[in-house]
Design a protein around this ligand. Structure first.
Ligand code: NAP
Length: 451
């Protein structure tokens, strides 16, 4: 019976497990899905915005996979110095790393580490109740916020900042973040792209949603949009981009309705510096005005503009982080691989695989992980006979994990966390509310008695 470890229980990890159990060539496979956190689902739980209930409901599909009798969820298991990749290869016939891209990219401009300037991923982690998140008092005293970058993460953080308490209360947002956002004085939120609207990375559905918020309205500057030849004449644009342009055109032509909050979409502004106020905190962003270079990029014009803001969120993409004991391509932020097989020094490393963002970089929507996982599993399956030779007898790897000092949170532990979150929500008069700290999660996981 081949034992496979999948490291990471986000969409790429769970789709990998699903592909493995669906694989007719290995009917007796056993898959352990390991996660550093006691909770499964990765970015679906800790990255998808709390007000995106429909995408969150994907957890139901992922749950079905993790409850398959051939699959076992083992949370609270961190691959690292105490449990290195080499040890996993002793315990399992093959290991698939689906560890995503946990860090944020940086701007490389002066002032980006000032208090009040932080990564969108930190902000997302806070309102998503990630147990490693720090409460930086993100919105305290903030009237204006700037998100740098025009991808879907920027759209998420801008929307969460612009929503009112009534829209956020039904979500599973942790109580502290809900309270802070509900009381926030944020009135103006900027989302700023260094290129033009036809080069923005957001998708139309997400963009359009900004126009449907209860207490906020979108403000665009027609003259700035029109700097983009693709905006002036969208005929040659790909359909998805043309739809974005149409949404922006609609806003450009619409009268202002005087909503309590404003979302300003700005383009052709490249961040040059985060400027410090008298109190040592971020007070403004200085941008250089850019113009299209005719090749899809931009050039600087030498003209500058400042946007005053007490909160600056850099939202310029995720970045993979190296895992001790695995090769890493620092330039790409991924593990070197061929069709999902990990390459060490350019040569296939037997039994080691990757899928998801750590394989292909932080792009695509959740569904993109499905074909990505399938490709990796196809490679693994054709290698399996060679990997499970007579000398590779392992037995149940759980004993080996426990001997290595690991105390996994199994599925019943996760179910206890779910019940505790439902109870917390009830006590607050809300739906299920996420527990936001390690101690709370682990103590809930241990209360498996009342099943
Ligand atoms: P992204 O889509 O790669 O967007 C990054 C943005 O940052 C781009 O606008 C990029 O501009 C800009 N940028 C990069 N470096 C910059 C710099 N030095 N200065 C100024 N701007 C800079 O990344 P993301 O928003 O983090 O999203 C990651 C992935 O998750 C995407 O595939 C996204 O679709 C997905 N996601 C999906 C959803 C959803 O479906 N609802 C929600 C969240 C995330 P350039 O184009 O000029 O480089």
């Amino acid at each position: 019976m081949p034992y496979i470890a999948v490291v990471g229980s986000g969409p790429s990890g769970v789709y990998t497990a699903q592909s493995l159990v669906k694989e007719a060539r290995v009917p007796d496979v056993r898959v352990d899905v390991l996660d550093r956190l006691p909770c499964p689902y990765g970015l679906v739980r800790y990255g998808v915005a709390p007000d995106h209930e429909k995408i969150k409901s994907l957890q139901g599909t992922l749950r079905t996979v993790l409850q398959d009798e051939r699959v076992r969820f083992l949370g609270g298991v961190e691959v690292g110095p105490a449990l290195p990749p080499a040890k996993l290869l002793e315990l399992y016939d093959a290991v698939v790393y689906c560890v995503g891209a946990a860090a944020d990219r940086r701007l490389g401009v002066p002032g980006e580490d000032l208090p009040g300037s932080c990564s969108a991923t930190d902000f997302v982690a806070w309102y998503s109740a990630h147990p490693d998140a720090r409460d930086d008092g993100f919105v305290r005293g903030v009237r204006t916020a700037v998100a740098i970058g025009v991808g879907n993460v920027a759209v998420d953080v801008v929307r969460i900042l612009a929503r009112g308490a009534a829209e956020l209360t039904p979500t599973d947002m942790p109580q502290a973040a809900l309270g802070a956002l509900a009381e926030s004085e944020v009135r103006d939120v900027y989302m700023v792209g260094r290129r033009g609207p036809s080069q923005a990375r957001f998708t139309t559905k997400e963009l359009r949603e900004l126009g449907g918020l209860a207490d906020a309205e979108v403000v665009v500057e027609e003259a700035e949009l029109a700097l983009d030849p693709g905006y002036r004449d969208p005929a040659a644009l790909p359909a998805a981009v043309r739809r974005n342009v149409e949404v922006l055109r609609g806003w450009a032509g619409a009268p202002r309705r005087g909503a309590a909050r404003r979302i300003h979409l700005r383009f052709f502004l490249r961040p040059a510096e985060i400027i410090e106020g008298g109190d040592g905190r971020a007070a403004a962003v200085r941008f250089e005005r850019t113009g299209p270079d005719g090749l899809g990029g931009v050039t600087g014009t030498g003209a500058y503009e400042e946007i005053a803001a007490e909160l600056v969120l850099r939202s310029v993409g995720y970045r993979g982080v190296p895992l001790d004991g695995l090769p890493f391509d620092a330039a790409r932020g991924t593990v070197p691989q061929a069709a999902g097989r990990v390459l060490r020094g350019g040569t296939v490393s037997p039994g080691e695989y990757v899928a998801g963002w750590i394989k292909r970089g932080p792009t695509g929507v959740i569904g993109t992980n499905r074909p990505c996982a399938k490709e990796t599993v196809a490679s693994l399956t054709s290698d399996l006979a060679a990997l499970t030779g007579p000398e590779r007898v392992t037995g149940d790897p759980l004993a080996g994990l426990i001997a290595a000092g690991v105390e996994p949170v199994e599925w019943t532990g996760w179910q206890s966390i779910e019940r505790a979150e439902a109870a917390l929500g009830r006590s607050l008069g809300r739906n299920s509310v996420k527990i936001a700290d390690w101690e709370g999660l682990l103590s809930a996981a241990r209360h498996t008695g009342d099943m």
